[in-house]
Design a protein around this ligand. Structure first.
Ligand SMILES: [Fe+2]
Length: 201
């Protein structure tokens, strides 16, 4: 990754707490900034997982579920056009639009090794945890004859050990995210298998 540390740890303004883009505005930003269909799908998959987790595991109300979903939906919005400024560009855009600082911080902390920002909320931790694993499990589903049907955690773990499979997925980040959020890799994988297959676009 050609990204640079962001050089700061606070994002957005507390007075903007509760401010979000609505679904149309978020999709407008997504589709105007991102042309790469695979990247769009990745962002939509992570967004869906964030929503499912917020609902099922955190029992959050629909407004808060949308905040989690929004963080997932936009976390890589600048990767397609501005890889050298990845994360910086989308953060500045959301700050300009006076978006809730929790969402901006979650996006800023989705790659601590790259951006130099530690996730500090459950939203940020789960975004970090889902990011690499979601793409990895999607790649695995594409090489299986029956996609997600019959997919098991142990099959995913086996592929994770095979460094030649989806070699661009950083295994250290997956381990680090799991440790930071205190959820085993096995549980994260099971949740993604159970939910990612439900996403119909
Ligand atoms: Fe991502």
């Amino acid at each position: 990754m050609l990204t640079h540390a962001l050089g700061r740890n606070t994002f957005g303004a507390i007075s903007n707490t509760g401010n979000v883009l609505n679904r149309n505005e978020a999709n407008e930003l997504l589709h105007s900034w991102v042309q790469n269909e695979r990247l769009k799908l990745h962002m939509q998959q992570v967004a869906f997982l964030m929503r499912c987790w917020a609902q099922e595991k955190e029992n959050l109300n629909s407004d808060d579920q949308w905040k989690w979903e929004l963080a997932g939906l936009l976390h890589d919005a600048d990767w397609d056009q501005w890889p050298d400024d990845h994360c910086k560009k989308i953060i500045e855009e959301l700050e300009k639009r006076n978006i809730d600082p929790e969402i901006i911080h979650a996006i800023a902390s989705h790659g601590p090794r790259y951006f130099g920002v530690d996730p500090k909320t459950k939203m940020g931790l789960m975004l970090y945890a889902f990011d690499e694993l979601s793409g990895f499990i999607h790649a695995y589903s594409l090489m299986r004859p029956n996609s997600y049907a019959g997919m098991e955690v142990k099959g995913v773990l086996k592929r994770l050990k095979d460094k030649t499979f989806a070699a661009n997925v950083n295994r250290d980040d997956i381990k680090d995210a799991s440790e930071r959020c205190g959820i085993t890799i096995e549980k994260l994988i099971q949740f993604i298998i159970d939910n990612q297959k439900k996403l119909v676009l």
